[in-house]
Design a protein around this ligand. Structure first.
Ligand SMILES: [Zn+2]
Length: 376
């Protein structure tokens, strides 16, 4: 057995975390070139044919379940490939695991945070957007310590959990026709829809969860489809996007919403990290915030979005993803309310309670929608 001290030293030495072993998984060469932005009938199914053998070097704090999620595989697969004891699987820091990965995330980046006056476990955890529990696992040498001292070196692994990046492509947008002539009448909280249009089925772009509650104004649906299509074209997210509801066919009250009455409001579930099943995030950790940012940005870029409602606590994650994507805080100020507090500012993305598993987009009135009202 290796001593604990040895393990700690290995963990702190900055090992490369994911090393590509072989370029070709089954089918990887043929389908890889298209990228994963335009999903086939089911985005998740496509990824199965694009597995790659990689080597994962175990660092302090790694958990089998978390690793399985990171690489889009199951816990039992990891156990089987590495001949671990199924009853009580143990992974050892510094050793490598073989993974036939569905997802090959960018390697985690090791940072050393030098503790300064005023730093705390919770403060550092929050700064790097990780939980305190995970931060402590990364730093076993400070195990059990309530406080940190100036000059302590705290290891932080910055995550490349999301594989979503911008890409440059001249693929045509996969748009389908939207029924014409549907117009928004009145305000979102008291209006209705004239000759409502259904959100058309467009499998490569999105899934409509409740078709009977997914009607809207032509202009809003066209902008919705355009924003999502650009997101699919310009970013490498291959997961599902689920539209949970818009309006009833004639508009009017749609419980439990106050708005959603005039065919301009639509709810979209926060996109999940690749490899997770289902479509409803159980926590913010399950959300692909880089994908969320790409989607939000693509929608805003239509210039036809009035608001996007998202809980303030979730905005922090979105804000950080936007910064990772290269946005400056100045450029973000008119777009995301955070870091300003709830109720402050006039950013497009703003707080509204109950938007922590989905966000809500409100589109502008179209130029031909004479009876459409922004407010009551
Ligand atoms: Zn809503």
């Amino acid at each position: 057995m290796e001593s604990r001290r040895h393990l700690t030293r290995v963990a702190a030495s900055g090992v490369a975390v994911a090393v590509l072993l072989a370029p070709a998984g089954v089918g990887a060469a043929s389908s890889g070139a298209r990228g994963s932005a335009v999903a086939d009938d089911d985005g998740a199914a496509k990824n199965k044919s694009e597995r790659t053998w990689i080597k994962h070097e175990v660092i302090a704090g790694d958990l089998i379940a978390a690793l399985a999620r990171r690489y889009g595989v199951t816990r039992s697969e990891l156990i089987r490939w590495n001949k671990l004891d199924p009853e009580r699987p143990v992974i050892v820091i510094g050793r490598s695991l073989r993974v036939y990965a569905k997802i090959v995330p960018p390697p985690r980046e090791r940072r050393v945070h030098v503790v300064v006056k005023g730093d705390s476990w919770s403060g550092i955890a929050s700064k790097y957007d990780v939980s305190q529990r995970v931060l402590r696992r990364w730093n076993p040498k400070y195990k059990g310590r309530r406080s940190l001292y100036v000059g302590n070196l705290v290891i932080v692994w910055l995550d490349g959990t999301s594989t979503v990046q911008k890409k440059v492509t001249d693929e045509p947008l996969p748009l389908v026709p939207v029924k014409q002539g549907a117009r928004s009448i009145g305000a979102p909280t008291s209006g209705r829809i004239y000759a409502a249009a259904p959100i058309p089925e467009n499998k490569p772009l999105y899934t409509v969860l409740r078709p009977r509650l997914s009607f809207g104004a032509t202009h809003s649906i066209e902008q919705l489809q355009l924003g999502i299509a650009r997101f699919r074209r310009d970013y490498t997210y291959g997961g599902r996007l689920v539209i949970s509801s818009m309006s009833r066919e004639g508009g009017g009250r749609l419980k439990p919403h106050r708005s959603h009455q005039s065919g301009r409001d639509v709810d979209i579930r926060l996109p999940l990290l690749a490899g997770l099943s289902g479509s409803l995030p159980k926590s913010y950790d399950e959300v692909d915030w880089s994908a969320t940012w790409g989607l939000v940005k693509s929608l805003i870029d239509t210039e036809q979005v009035v608001y996007i409602f998202l809980n303030h606590s979730a905005q922090r994650r979105l804000f950080r993803a936007a910064k990772r994507a290269g946005m400056s805080e100045t450029a973000l100020q008119p777009l995301i309310q955070y870091p300003q507090s709830i109720g402050k500012g006039s950013a497009v993305v703003r707080h509204s309670k109950g938007h922590d598993k989905h966000f809500h987009v409100r589109f502008k009135c179209g130029s031909s929608e004479d009876a459409c009202r922004e407010r009551r």
